[in-house]
Design a protein around this ligand. Structure first.
Ligand code: FE2
Length: 404
């Protein structure tokens, strides 16, 4: 058994056995693997995969990477994805009671087929520096999307090749518009196969934190990411004890229940976290289009509770606003970044909008943001496809947030 093999050999084995990206959808061979963070990622993770045929037996085998324990096994919840002509089946396992900051090796089992060995790492509970990725809009340029995903895998892997913990990429927040028509499963299937490309060469899976975009309407979204069937896709998670990351849904009412929830979430989170961020799809300070409804429903709350950064998508451009409070530039205000470039043709931003003027910026180009959470500052950089850094910024820790 693999568990009796020495660690060095195990590492080699794992490395060599990683399935190539674009695993074929054949019979009940596991493909389209992903890990989703939607609830306490220090102890929980949602594992999903797809098969072309329904099959009869689906489970995840998992154990702490490098230990010699018999793997635990958990049966999957299986169903057919809704939407269009493509027949495809999802399998979902929610692992709970995991140890924080721990690597878990997993194998996806569907009938007699088992996947290569992958692993993922749970979020820390001790205070440490780290990074996450944020991007949006991967819907309409598949070739570019695949190039961006390959770049993500490279950045993800390289972040662990040095002794600097601050650059370690723990997760990838996707701000929505995965595909052009969220009701078409053939498009989702292509996205899911492309998502395999974000896997690091050693089999490490990059957890995704999903937000819903205006092209993601329909039932497949919750099936793809493992949300309950009628979930409304707004939620907050802690990544470490000092970073609260809140995902909102700009595609349902931004007022009412969601705004009430947001007020409670921010009131509760702000005093307990050094960094408080939100992501959602439609920009409230857009560089191309008109503002989303969140401008009225959410921005007063962002300002009242002094969030540190808002991550937006949808516009298909690059932007970083000046800090904004009360509709004016104000150093104590909120900075908004975005707006989507994971594989979409780019639009020309309206650089004469007051909130984009220097020290803000706007441009276009497929890109991803790296957000690095340090003790005294939050650093951000916008990395263009190809690796050039187009923008860098830094947000100081808020004076109102007591250092722990
Ligand atoms: Fe959009």
């Amino acid at each position: 058994m693999m568990r009796t093999i020495p660690l060095a050999a195990l590492l080699f084995c794992s490395f060599a056995s990683v399935a190539p990206a674009d695993a074929p959808l054949e019979g009940t061979k596991p493909a389209q693997w992903r890990v989703v963070w939607m609830d306490d990622p220090s102890t929980k993770a949602t594992i999903l995969w797809s098969t072309a045929k329904q099959g009869q037996y689906h489970s995840v085998q998992y154990h702490v990477k490098g230990d010699d324990q018999e793997p635990a096994e958990q049966l999957a919840r299986t169903g057919q994805y809704t939407g269009g002509k493509t027949e495809l089946f999802y399998h979902q396992v929610q692992l709970t009671d995991l140890e924080p900051a721990t690597a878990y090796e997993i194998k996806l089992i569907s009938d007699k087929n088992e996947s290569a060995a992958f692993y993922f790492v749970t979020a820390p509970v001790l205070d440490r520096e780290f990074s996450i990725l944020h991007g949006g809009d991967s819907r309409s340029d598949r070739e570019t999307r695949r190039e961006v995903n390959a770049m993500i895998a490279k950045m993800f892997a390289e972040s662990y090749e040095n002794d600097d913990p601050a650059d370690d990429i723990l997760a990838f927040a996707h701000g929505g518009d995965y595909i052009v028509d969220g009701k078409k499963m053939d498009l989702w299937s292509a996205w899911l196969s492309d998502h395999e490309l974000t896997t690091a060469p050693d089999g490490r899976l990059l957890p995704i934190i999903p937000a819903r975009g205006n092209h993601d309407h329909g039932k497949p979204f919750n099936e793809v990411f493992g949300f309950p069937e009628s979930d409304l896709n707004y939620y907050g998670i802690n990544i470490g004890p000092e970073v609260r990351f809140v995902t909102l849904n700009s595609e349902i009412s931004t007022a009412g229940d969601q705004a009430n929830w947001l007020a409670q979430e921010l009131e509760r989170s702000r005093p307990n976290n050094r960094w408080l961020l939100v992501q959602y799809h439609r920009p409230v300070y857009p560089a191309v289009k008109g503002p989303g409804a969140g401008l009225k429903s959410w921005v007063p709350l962002f300002e009242e509770y002094n969030i540190d950064l808002a991550c937006e998508a949808d516009g298909h451009n690059i932007k970083r606003t000046v800090p904004i409070r009360g509709g004016k530039i104000d150093e104590s205000g909120v900075v908004y970044i975005g707006e989507g470039g994971l594989g979409v043709p780019q639009r020309t931003p309206k650089t004469d909008r007051w909130f984009l003027e220097s020290p803000g910026m706007a441009d276009k180009g497929n890109h991803i943001f790296v957000l690095t959470f340090e003790k005294e500052k939050l650093d951000g950089k916008c990395v263009l496809l190809g690796g050039e850094v187009r923008d860098e910024f830094s947000r100081p820790i808020r004076a109102t947030v007591a250092a722990p």
